[in-house]
Ligand binder design. Structure first.
Ligand SMILES: *[C@@H]1O[C@H](CO)[C@@H](O)[C@H](O)[C@H]1NC(C)=O
Ligand SMILES: *[C@@H]1O[C@H](CO)[C@@H](O)[C@H](O)[C@H]1NC(C)=O
Ligand SMILES: *[C@@H]1O[C@H](CO)[C@@H](O)[C@H](O)[C@H]1NC(C)=O
Ligand SMILES: *[C@@H]1O[C@H](CO)[C@@H](O)[C@H](O)[C@H]1NC(C)=O
Ligand SMILES: *[C@@H]1O[C@H](CO)[C@@H](O)[C@H](O)[C@H]1NC(C)=O
Ligand SMILES: *[C@@H]1O[C@H](CO)[C@@H](O)[C@H](O)[C@H]1NC(C)=O
Ligand SMILES: *[C@@H]1O[C@H](CO)[C@@H](O)[C@H](O)[C@H]1NC(C)=O
Length: 917
């Protein structure tokens, strides 16, 4: 009875109160709130006039200002900048008058630029605030602890809210203790803040029992508790993103308890160890990313099969092993599956073909085998990315198969596809990238291929197959940027016209014939080892974007034109080796300041080295061997070309003294001056070549040549090169002694002074060249005894001391015993002892030798310790066998000669791989 009355009266009171309140509102909004907003506007530089509507009385009608209809109070201020290019409000000043918006529940300043000021403390006094978004606002300084007063907050987004300087250093956040008061918080984003020094971030976050979404990615966090007694948010949390931190621990055990998780991002966290079985308890997961941790290992637990709601699974770039069967089959809802760069083996289950929503299948870089057939693709109508490269998979698909998909990316390199050319590709009309390097295809390229995805494809790699046929005179791929057809059996003329986007063209190791066209847009052209002919001197200068030009091994002729230096200023690599080029190196070479490699080997070039070559200070590889160059080695070569790693002037007509300045080339690892007419003596400072002196494999000029260090994952492709360090001065007219200092070149593998007029003793210091494999001092005037230290060169497998005036007893150290061919010593009338037939006993010289031997025992004591090792290594594993059989020995000598060429070949391989995806 009293109830309706009381109800009515309170309703009336309410209405009255509302009316009274309305009365103080002047035309739509409270004046205090309007003044506060105008004050806020005054502190902002609004370049794009985004706040132009902030005039007049009714602030509730202003852009970004939202009032509650019933009360007229401003409850929401949404100034998010949606135009990320420009349109940011620049905050210059913000004062606490804004607090007049006492009913504010929602404040969004995201993507504006506050890099001049600090996050104002007073923001912590908006008592009713439920939503605060300061994402990407670049405030200076830290985060005020007073934000902890916002006890009604449920969304707090501070991602990238603090200024980051030009060096990528962000203001550090010193603690997160204040977080623990935000007990209503459901959504917390602290990503891209510098949290490196926050003590115990987890405890702060663990105080938030209602948390649903937590993002702390890119935080610089370096620890995470692996086992915690109690995790407060286990029942509420659905999204957890901790990716891009460096935890260096195993995956936390408590993760399995957070059973409501739908999304878990733990990529690039340096997690190690195995994936726990408990992962299978997270049966609500639709997104799971454990990629790029590098060290996650072991097999994928079978419990993973429980995660059948998964839409996206990324385990890439780890050490995970085992097979895909037993768990993958169950994940039928997958849209993206990325298992690339692991150690998975076994075959790909055919049931993958039923994952009808799959768009991306990334399995590259594993040890998978078996056969993939049509069944694997049965229902994959949405597949866009197929990445199987670098496995041992056989793709066995009938030539009449019509695929259900339209792929954008096809990576099949190293799969076994051949011998036929895959016909199903003809139905792919939207492909952007196709790689089929080394797919065992032995077929003529079908005509339809020249229309393959012709309006979309940007990269085609068919290298290392046995694909033949001719290229059309004009390639019609409108967007093609990179084309790799090297190491096949293509023939006929090169296309005269290439797509203008084409920048990288590898056609080496084929049988192309005819002239070299000019492709003005191509900047990387590798055409070595074909049968091209013609004179390129008049056309080459029109090829103005050239950076790499490799024409070695053709029948080309003509001169290096004068215009080259002026026209091809970006030229970094030029190889004309093994052709019929002639003429002098033009003076304009000095304009090619980017030049790193100049290889003119085996042509008919003549004249002297131009003075302007000293301008090419980036030169690392200079190979002028087997031409008709004359003149001396200029002293500036040693002073200016300080990057030189390889200097090869072999088999020319160079003459004069070898300048001592060369020894300043600290990176030099191959110096080959053989077969010229150099005279004078060997400079005494030749022991100073510091790379040759280093026994570490540090002469990796190939590494520097391509600036690989700046390219991140390309490091992956660097193989351990057996990098030759070699000094060859043979077949010249050198006189004088062998300098003792030469023994400092401890990293040398090949040392050749034969066919000169060197006198004096073989310095015992030569035993310091500990890695020496080949030593040739033959055909000189060397005298005295053979130093005992030679026997300590336990890698020595080729030795030639013949035709000198050496005398005395041949040392008998262990390694030398393996070199028992008498021809090594022949032409030295006064040598005795094995392997010569002369005996040394009761002979004065022999006794001297014994004394010397004893002296050297102490000098080279440590060598004797390693000698046992040397004998085992040098003899049994290699030389022993080698010197039993003549045919093998000759093969080995040829190998030493070819070693340099091997480096070149490897270098080309690397070059090619660098540009491979
Ligand atoms: C984070 O802050 C620490 C402490 O000031 C600093 O040493 C570090 O360079 C910062 N790191 C980044 C990535 O900003
Ligand atoms: C869980 O949260 C409550 C309230 O926020 C807090 O008192 C408690 O210490 C938290 N538990 C842990 C283990 O941090
Ligand atoms: C594919 O996705 C659709 C819509 O997202 C869904 O209804 C369907 O069940 C999915 N199919 C499979 C096989 O998961
Ligand atoms: C060396 O290079 C500079 C500019 O890179 C150029 O001005 C100069 O003429 C060059 N000198 C020679 C000798 O080519
Ligand atoms: C030395 O050079 C000449 C030409 O200069 C060449 O004919 C000869 O084959 C070369 N000899 C060696 C051993 O390289
Ligand atoms: C190789 O090591 C030596 C000695 O450490 C050093 O002097 C030389 O510069 C290094 N060479 C290269 C190419 O890094
Ligand atoms: C010592 O040996 C050398 C070479 O074998 C020989 O020529 C010489 O006659 C020998 N001298 C004596 C005294 O036997």
């Amino acid at each position: 009875m009293g109830f309706p009355l009381r109800f009515l009266s309170s309703l009336l009171l309410c209405l009255l109160a509302l009316l009274l309140q309305r009365a103080t509102v002047t035309s739509g909004c409270f004046s205090m709130e309007r003044e506060a907003l105008l004050d806020f506007k005054a502190g902002i530089h609004d370049t794009q006039n985004r706040l132009s509507s902030w005039v007049g009385q009714d602030c509730c009608a202003w852009a970004g200002v939202i009032c509650r209809a019933t009360t007229g109070h401003v409850v929401k201020l949404d100034l998010r900048n949606t135009n990320t290019l420009d349109g940011a409000l620049r905050g210059e000043r913000m004062n606490s008058s804004l607090l007049a918006l006492s009913h504010l529940r929602h404040l969004d300043l995201s993507f504006n630029d506050f890099s001049g000021i600090r996050i104002p403390e007073f923001i912590g006094s908006f008592k009713k605030l439920r939503y605060l978004n300061l994402s990407s606002t670049y405030f200076m300084g830290g985060i005020p602890a007073r934000l902890g007063n916002l006890s009604s907050l449920y969304v707090l987004d501070l991602s990238d809210a603090l200024y980051v300087d030009d060096y990528g250093n962000g203001y550090p956040v010193d603690n997160l203790d204040w977080l623990s008061h935000l007990t209503s918080l459901k959504h917390l984003d602290l990503s891209e803040l510098n949290l490196t020094v926050v003590p115990d971030w987890f405890s702060s976050v663990n105080m938030l029992p209602s948390l649903q979404v937590l993002n702390m990615s890119y935080g610089g966090l370096n620890s995470i508790p692996v086992s915690v007694v109690h995790v407060n948010f286990t029942s509420s949390l659905t999204v957890l993103d901790l990716s891009f931190n460096s935890f260096s621990s195993t995956l936390p055990k408590w993760l399995g308890n957070v059973s409501g998780l739908t999304s878990l991002g733990l990529s690039s966290c340096e997690f190690l160890g195995t994936i726990p079985d408990a992962i299978g308890d997270l049966s609500s997961l639709t997104f799971l990313n454990l990629g790029n941790n590098f060290l996650l290992e072991g097999i994928v637990p079978r419990s993973m099969a429980n995660l059948h709601r998964l839409k996206e699974l990324d385990l890439s770039v780890n050490q995970l092993s085992g097979t895909l069967t037993g768990w993958l089959e169950q994940l039928t809802n997958l849209i993206v599956l990325n298992l690339s760069y692991n150690l998975f083996n076994g075959s790909v289950p055919a049931s993958v073909g039923k994952f009808s929503n799959l768009t991306g299948l990334y399995l590259g870089g594993n040890s998978l085998g078996g056969v993939i057939s049509e069944a694997h693709f049965e229902s994959l109508t949405k597949l866009r990315v197929l990445d199987l490269f670098d496995n041992s998979i056989t793709v066995s698909i009938g030539q009449s198969w019509v695929p259900p998909f339209q792929l954008r990316v096809i990576y099949l390199s190293n799969c076994h596809l051949g011998p036929q050319f895959p016909e199903w590709l003809r139905f792919q009309t939207q492909t952007q990238e196709l790689t089929m390097h080394d797919c065992k295809i032995a077929a003529t390229i079908p005509n339809w291929f020249w229309n393959f995805s012709s309006s979309t494809v940007t990269l085609v790699d068919l290298s290392d197959n046995r694909i033949g046929g001719r290229l059309p005179s004009s390639l019609s791929f409108a967007r093609l940027e990179e084309l790799y057809l090297d190491s096949n059996i293509f023939e006929g003329p090169l296309p005269a016209m290439l797509p203008s986007a084409l920048d990288t063209l590898y056609l080496s190791n084929n049988s192309f014939t005819g002239q070299l066209p000019v492709w003005p847009h191509v900047s990387l052209a590798l055409l070595s080892n074909n049968m091209l002919d013609g004179d390129i001197s008049s056309s080459i200068c029109r090829w103005t974007y050239l950076r790499y030009l490799v024409l070695s091994g053709n029948n080309l002729f003509g001169e290096i034109p004068y215009c080259l230096g002026e026209s091809l200023q970006d030229l970094s690599i030029l190889s004309l080796a093994n052709n019929h080029f002639s003429g002098e190196i033009p003076n304009t070479i000095g304009f090619l300041t980017e030049l790193k490699l100049l290889q003119l080997k085996n042509n008919s070039f003549s004249g002297e080295l131009p003075l302007s070559l000293q301008n090419c200070t980036n030169l690392q590889f200079l190979d002028l061997a087997q031409n008709n160059f004359v003149g001396s080695i200029p002293f500036w070569m040693g002073e200016n070309l300080s990057q030189l790693a390889v200097l090869r002037l072999r088999s020319n007509m160079f003459s004069g003294d070898i300048p001592w300045q060369l020894a300043q080339l600290g990176r030099l690892q191959i110096l080959d001056l053989a077969n010229n007419t150099f005279s004078g003596s060997i400079p005494h400072n030749f022991g100073n070549f510091s790379t040759m002196a280093s026994t570490s494999d540090n002469g990796t000029f190939i590494y520097d040549l391509f600036d690989i260090s700046t390219k991140g994952q390309d490091l992956f492709y660097i193989k351990d090169l057996d990098l030759l360090k070699s000094l060859d001065l043979s077949n010249n007219r050198l006189i004088g002694d062998i300098p003792e200092e030469i023994g400092d070149l401890a990293g040398l593998k090949n040392f050749n002074l034969s066919r000169n007029h060197l006198k004096g003793k073989i310095p015992s210091q030569i035993g310091g060249m500990k890695l020496l494999e080949s030593l040739d001092l033959s055909i000189n005037d060397l005298s005295g005894s053979i130093p005992e230290s030679l026997s300590a060169l336990y890698f020595l497998s080729y030795l030639n001391l013949s035709y000198n005036n050496l005398s005395g007893r041949i040392p008998t150290g262990h390694q030398l015993q393996t070199l028992n061919d008498p021809s090594i010593y022949m032409g030295n009338a006064n040598l005795c002892g094995p392997p010569t037939s002369k005996s040394c006993h009761n002979n004065k010289t022999a006794q001297n030798n014994i004394q010397e031997y004893e002296k050297e025992i102490s000098e080279w004591l440590w060598f004797y310790i390693s000698m046992v090792l040397g004998f085992v290594m040098g003899f049994w594993t290699f030389c022993g066998i080698l010197f039993l059989k003549d045919a093998w020995r000759y093969a080995y000598f040829r190998m030493i000669d070819d070693m340099y060429d091997r480096i070149w070949v490897q270098w080309q391989l690397i070059l090619r791989r660098l540009f491979e995806r």
